[in-house]
Design a protein around this ligand. Structure first.
Ligand SMILES: [Zn+2]
Length: 279
């Protein structure tokens, strides 16, 4: 179940009218003379939709041993890819506007120490600063733009080095914090560095996760895609990993244009997972 806890998603499923693209009646700046009340501008109307799977498009992902599946890509032949963004060290307000105004579907994986600016920022992608970090308000703004805020631990450890109770503390602690600060409970977990073991999957299940989400390609500063496959091509169902870094809005423009030029659409990850993991 990926949508049940999200008011935004449920409302969108229940009311197609509320999912109308931006630019319909609610965005008209003209004053209204009639007594008809203007439609309220809600997160549903401005939220990023992404393309939804067609009937029968997605192959089911098997669950093994009752544990949450580990997913690197979505099993589809459609030219659709999914954008995910990790950590939260850098909080560029321009990026929230971009996601909201251009209705770009992304999934955020928040990590406490990044969001709250504790410890040392990860500089692997270039210069790292704490612009605006230290506040969960940024993730509440993303939530209001229709972005699911998911779980990426409290402290970003290599989970393979931790025993089960410590892993569970990282996962359940982050979910509880996100529920308190953002108001939605995560259902997806992304392990730091992609490192996990069976204890991670057990902890993920115990903390209410439906799936453990990896990725097929990372996006570097400048919008350059670093593929994990030798032919360096996007593939249907790819999950791309970005980080909340300086200049994210600019890099994102480059990336989204590149994806579209190659004939790919941006997908609604939650809708695709729901189709791939039938109850
Ligand atoms: Zn991370």
């Amino acid at each position: 179940m990926f949508r049940g806890h999200r008011v935004i998603g449920v409302a969108c499923v229940l009311s197609l009218a509320a999912c109308a693209p931006a630019g319909t009646a609610s965005s008209s700046p003209a004053p209204r003379a009639s007594t008809t009340p203007a439609p309220a501008k809600s997160p549903v109307e401005t939220g990023p939709p992404g393309v939804k799977p067609r009937k029968g498009e997605v192959r089911p992902i098997p669950r093994t041993g009752g544990l949450p599946p580990v997913i690197s890509s979505i099993p589809t032949r459609r030219k659709v890819v999914f954008l995910t963004i990790d950590d939260g060290w850098e909080q560029d307000p321009g990026f929230v506007r971009q996601v909201r105004d251009q209705r770009i579907p992304i999934t955020a994986f928040a990590m406490r120490d990044a969001v709250e600016a504790k410890g040392t920022p990860d500089e692997s992608g270039g210069e790292a600063r704490y612009v605006g970090a230290g506040k969960w308000g940024y993730f509440r703004q993303l939530r209001d733009a229709g972005v699911p805020v998911e779980n990426h631990t409290l402290t970003h450890p290599n989970l393979r080095l931790l025993a089960y109770p410590a892993q569970r503390g990282e996962l359940c602690g982050a979910s509880k914090l996100i529920a308190k600060e953002v108001g939605t409970r995560p259902t997806l977990f992304r392990p730091p560095f992609g490192n996990y073991n069976t204890d991670t999957l057990r902890a993920a299940k115990s903390c209410g996760m439906s799936a453990v989400l990896l990725w097929t390609a990372t996006v570097q500063p400048g919008g350059k895609i670093a593929y994990q496959v030798p032919d360096k091509k996007l593939r249907p169902g790819d999950i791309l990993l970005l980080h909340f870094r300086p200049n994210l809005a600019r890099d994102f423009r480059v990336l989204v244009n590149k994806i579209k030029r190659r004939g790919y659409e941006l997908g609604d990850l939650q809708a695709y997972l729901e189709a791939a993991l039938p109850r």
